[in-house]
Write a protein that binds this ligand. Structure first.
Ligand code: NI
Length: 248
């Protein structure tokens, strides 16, 4: 069940049985020679939509631009300042709480977003603490879950790609996007086969250290069938995780 494909009476009816919603959150940033710019937003979106269909859970629109400053030396990347992202997340959350939502499960696709998402939660809770004095507003609770840390997912990824998983433009995440969008599969040879590892500093330094955008990975191993297995594991994990959170 997707918010943008629902009518307001349908959302009102959903609220009568659940006060919890999933928001996929990610980034629009380079993902190496064969990875889509939308990878970090598409992965949580593909997983969330399956969760929504299988478990009747409401899935909101994808918050699809995040913290990608260090990828700005590659064409197509779009980034937000941390303060912009916090302000936008706050507005999304306040809109949802205005309608009666009390639990927002943010399924994240980008490690670089974690610090800012956590800061946004602090900002939301700060507001609630001071706004609530003397009122009967129900408290909002948010949860951050990175899709690759959903129970059961990492084991499947390690099994599928024991070598060359790396940390950016990984064969796992590329496989998930190809499973969702088979028309976007690309065949690109990787040189070197496994990308270098190293620290992430600013945008120009990133391109010097990681010339094709990958970190430690060999995404030429990506295949649709692997994406299907990863998504299946993630969907199962998120449904359990979400239900527990919704009932908390
Ligand atoms: Ni990624």
């Amino acid at each position: 069940m997707q918010l943008q494909l629902s009518t307001w009476p349908e959302v009102e009816a959903y609220l009568a049985r659940s006060k919890a919603i999933i928001i996929p959150i990610g980034s629009t940033e380079q993902h190496g020679p064969n990875g889509l710019l939308g990878t970090d937003a598409l992965c949580p979106e593909i997983i969330s939509r399956r969760v929504g269909d299988e478990a009747g859970i409401l899935v909101g629109p994808t918050f699809n631009v995040g913290q990608a400053q260090h990828h700005m030396s590659f064409a197509g990347t779009i980034t937000l300042r941390p303060s912009t992202m916090i302000a936008a997340m706050l507005d999304w959350a306040q809109s949802l709480t205005r309608h009666g939502f009390e639990r927002i499960y943010w399924l994240n696709g980008h490690g670089g977003n974690i610090a800012t998402i956590t800061a946004a939660f602090s900002e939301m809770y700060h507001g609630i603490t001071f706004d609530r004095a003397g009122s009967n507003h129900p408290p909002l609770r948010c949860m951050l879950r990175n899709w690759w840390e959903v129970p059961g997912v990492m084991d499947v990824c390690r099994q599928l790609f024991p070598v060359g998983e790396g940390s950016h433009a990984t064969p796992s995440e590329v496989s998930v996007t190809w499973f969702g969008y088979p028309e976007a599969v690309k065949s690109v040879a990787m040189t070197p086969r496994i990308a270098p590892n190293g620290p992430i500093l600013d945008a120009d330094d990133y391109r010097r250290r990681f010339p094709d955008g990958r970190i430690g990975s060999d995404p030429s191993q990506a295949i649709i069938e692997a994406g299907e297995k990863i998504v299946a594991a993630a969907v199962k994990g998120v449904i359990g995780d979400f239900k527990q959170f919704a009932a908390s």
